[in-house]
Design a binder for this molecule. Structure first.
Ligand SMILES: [Zn+2]
Length: 346
């Protein structure tokens, strides 16, 4: 393999050709391809991580372009899911690595599969429910991962190494996300949808996390063993030391796997601040053409190979082939499920 494209990072003594070859032999899952995920994926694809798995459940909207660096207006016009558009862009940047896109909700039913066979997971999600699930899954699989959270003008990152991964990555184990943030996902706090977010702060935090990924994959450098907190509005850069594993932690000490064991089934999730609800129907394959024909009698329908969109009354229904739908114009899960039953089927 010609390594010329990596020359500028290989002449950095900390990495070298040996480090580059380790990156090329590595596999990373990025969960969520919004602002954080696109910065992570961009860095790792350019750096030559050999296999990238991109997981995202959503499609591109106009207000994403301010900070989600892999997408453009043509992707928006094509109505592409984020994972599809991100993979296409990254292949144009580096055609020599393998990129796998997965348009799916990362949930208790597929979390272990979606993290199967990778060396590292990276958090590009926008909610704590999913992060706590990622925490459970990484503990089960003995997978190191990097947490990144950004809102408004500040954000934080932590590098988490389960006991089961410590020997393999040659680093001391750390506490887990529940040791760090407590037993319950924070709710009612500020989110990007209610408090907004500045593009540059995402790039700063996600770039620190991408640097952590490169160090973990190559075995070089000093990894972050604290919680790095950056606020670009008042220029504060701090690292808080972490206490390590909490002796009574339900996740990494007691192994309860509360989020991995959460009930699956027909379920709905309110998408924060979007006036939209996601409705999932497990184990269903939908023929978008058939549903599209039926819905065309009721409203305006458009379709691409990845999704179908129907505007019916005040609702915009986006339907994916796996039976999942994102229904806009509603924030009541019961109403969303009844709309789903009416227009898609139960
Ligand atoms: Zn823990």
């Amino acid at each position: 393999m010609n390594l010329t494209r990596y020359q500028r990072q290989m002449i950095f003594s900390g990495l070298g050709e040996a480090g580059q070859r380790r990156l090329l032999a590595s596999s990373v899952a990025i969960i969520g391809c919004g602002a954080t995920g696109t910065v992570l994926a961009n860095h790792l694809a350019r750096a030559g991580v050999g296999r990238l798995r991109l997981v995202d459940r959503d499609y591109i909207e106009l207000n994403n372009l301010q900070r989600q660096l892999l997408y453009d207006e043509a992707d928006l016009a094509a109505g592409l899911p984020k994972a599809v558009a991100a993979a296409r862009r990254l292949r144009a940047i580096n055609s020599e690595i393998a990129i796998e896109e997965v348009v799916a909700d990362f949930n208790p039913g597929n979390a272990l599969d979606l993290l199967g066979g990778v060396d590292l997971a990276l958090d590009g999600t926008d909610n704590f429910e999913t992060r706590y699930l990622l925490n459970d899954a990484c503990l089960r699989l003995g997978l190191p991962w990097v947490y990144t959270g950004v809102v408004a003008s500040y954000g934080m990152t932590a590098t988490l190494i389960p006991e089961g991964a410590a020997a393999r990555v040659g680093r001391e184990a750390t506490g887990c996300l529940q040791c760090l943030l407590g037993d319950r996902p924070a709710s009612g706090g500020p989110t990007c949808d209610t408090a907004g977010v500045l593009g540059p702060v995402v790039s700063v935090l996600a770039s620190i996390s991408a640097g952590e990924a490169i160090k973990l994959l190559t075995g070089g450098g000093e990894i972050n063993r604290g919680l790095i907190h950056v606020d670009l509005w008042d220029n504060s850069f701090e690292t808080f030391q972490l206490a390590g594993r909490r002796p009574d932690c339900p996740a990494c000490v007691r192994g309860e796997e509360r989020f991995l064991n959460a009930a699956l089934g027909s379920r709905s999730a309110v998408l924060c601040g979007r006036n939209a609800v996601q409705v999932s129907a497990p184990d269903v394959r939908i023929d978008l053409a058939v549903v599209g024909e039926r819905l065309a009698a009721l409203g305006q329908v458009s379709r691409n190979p990845h999704l179908l969109r129907a505007q019916i009354d005040a609702y915009e229904i986006t339907l994916f082939p796996d039976g999942r739908a994102i229904i806009k114009g509603v924030d009541d899960p019961d109403l969303a499920r009844s709309l789903y039953a009416r227009y898609v089927g139960s």
